[in-house]
Write a protein that binds this ligand. Structure first.
Ligand code: ASP
Ligand code: MG
Length: 410
């Protein structure tokens, strides 16, 4: 039986017709090695942003069904163009939207979750010797309506298809040549990480390393699907994402990552024993708002301060909900802070080692950086800091954990 390869090309790899033609050649070469190929594509270049801007010129809160109807068109353009570019090379290819590809989701427009993939049509086309090109990012709900999986969701489409088709590997092609110990645009000594574990990669992606969508990594982990992330047009070996990755004992931190678009909402003077926390976080959850972290502290004898962190994208809707609830139960003051960033160190053994947190805090304070909130998980330590100090913070941590030397260690 032929091997099934699932490849995904991101928007920057498809931003011009010239690039579409180049990709077509790469795909055909892989096909001629004797593989069955399914290609998942994003919209061309900045198309999704362009479409969203059009929508927001009409309304500050466009209807979500219509938003999905709009943004899903980007991927439909790419699949058809790429299929044509393969045809011109004398090969058979067919483009599929999510409806053709049987990608079923729930009904949450703009943030839909995958339910299942009915891949019969894809398999039939593959068995007829065709290269199958699938529109990433989009799905179909139970009412046959178009949904989308959230920004960056075509990674998730690719991984889900690879799992469904029992592919040996999912290849993610992008404009960077792998995952780095820190953003190489910020830290010139940052190193490419040859192998990284699902857990580490998932944390790094959730924390803003823009290489891959964290839901895609979580799905790959669940089914033990190896993923390789590499540059579309470069020659680097990329980064392999797999189960656990051995580290030499003295390498504890795999990478430094950050998230710029975070905002904090603080409610001061909330009466003790009100069910504020329940009501507020219930209402935020109903709107699908993901809370990063919550801190509650005593404010004075009778009241507490509650603060939580959301992404900038969720800030306005979160503030609206917060004000509604605060109005009902009485809160002295609501503070907001949008000029924050979260900087984190990630590594599978962080919790097993002592002294890592103190090294992190010392390195930051030596660089004159004030930590607003600290938050930890099994494999990560994060600090909320001022956005203006972010670059310094990343540099201080990259130096402290000697990540520019990590390549030799793995
Ligand atoms: N085109 C969509 C976006 O820009 C999906 C993706 O690129 O993964 O978010
Ligand atoms: Mg992406």
């Amino acid at each position: 039986m032929k091997k099934i390869v699932v490849q995904k090309y991101g928007g920057s790899s498809l931003s011009t017709i010239g690039k579409v033609k180049k990709i077509a050649k790469k795909i055909v070469a892989r096909f001629k090695e004797g593989n069955q190929i399914v290609v998942v594509v994003s919209a061309m270049g900045n198309e999704t942003n362009r479409l969203l801007k059009l929508a927001y010129r009409i309304s500050p809160s466009p209807d979500k069904r219509e938003l999905d109807m709009l943004t899903s068109t980007g991927e439909q353009v790419s699949i058809a163009l790429l299929a044509m570019a393969i045809h011109i090379l004398g090969n058979e290819a067919i483009s599929f939207t999510a409806r053709h590809a049987g990608i079923l989701t729930d009904g949450k427009y703009t943030r839909a979750r995958l339910i299942k993939i009915d891949s019969q049509k894809i398999e039939k086309a593959l068995n007829l010797g065709k290269i199958v090109i699938v529109a990433g990012f989009q799905g179909i709900n139970h009412h046959d309506e178009v949904t989308t999986l959230g920004r960056g969701g075509s990674d998730l489409s690719a991984v889900a298809l690879a799992v469904q088709l029992k592919a040996d590997l999912c290849e993610i092609y992008t404009d960077v040549d792998g995952v780095y110990t820190a953003n190489p645009k910020l830290i010139s000594e940052a190193q490419r990480i040859p192998r990284i574990s699902y857990d580490e990669m998932s944390e790094m992606a959730a924390l803003g390393a823009q290489v891959m969508h964290h839901r895609a990594i979580d799905l790959a982990r669940k089914y033990h699907l190896p993923i390789i992330v590499k540059s579309t047009f470069g020659s680097s070996k990329g980064t392999m994402i797999t189960k656990e990755v051995p580290m030499l004992e003295n390498v504890i931190v795999r990478g430094v990552t950050y998230q710029k678009n975070v905002a904090r909402i603080t409610l001061q003077g909330v009466k003790k024993n009100t069910d504020l926390a329940c009501r507020l976080f219930e209402d935020l959850a109903k709107e699908n708002i993901v809370i990063d972290s919550i801190v509650q502290d005593l404010y004075n004898q009778d009241t507490v301060t509650v603060s939580f962190i959301v992404t900038e994208e969720d800030f306005m809707p979160s503030l609206k909900i917060t004000k509604e609830i605060a109005g009902k139960i009485g809160v002295q003051k609501i503070h907001t802070d949008c000029n924050l960033a979260k900087v984190s160190i990630v590594g599978d053994s962080i919790a097993k080692e002592s002294g890592i947190a103190s090294r992190m805090f010392r390195a930051l304070s030596r660089a004159g950086i004030h930590m607003e909130t600290i938050n930890t998980s099994r494999i990560r330590i994060s600090c909320l800091i001022k956005l203006s100090q972010l670059d310094q913070a990343v540099k201080a941590l990259h130096d402290e954990f000697e990540l520019s030397k990590i390549k030799k260690e793995i």
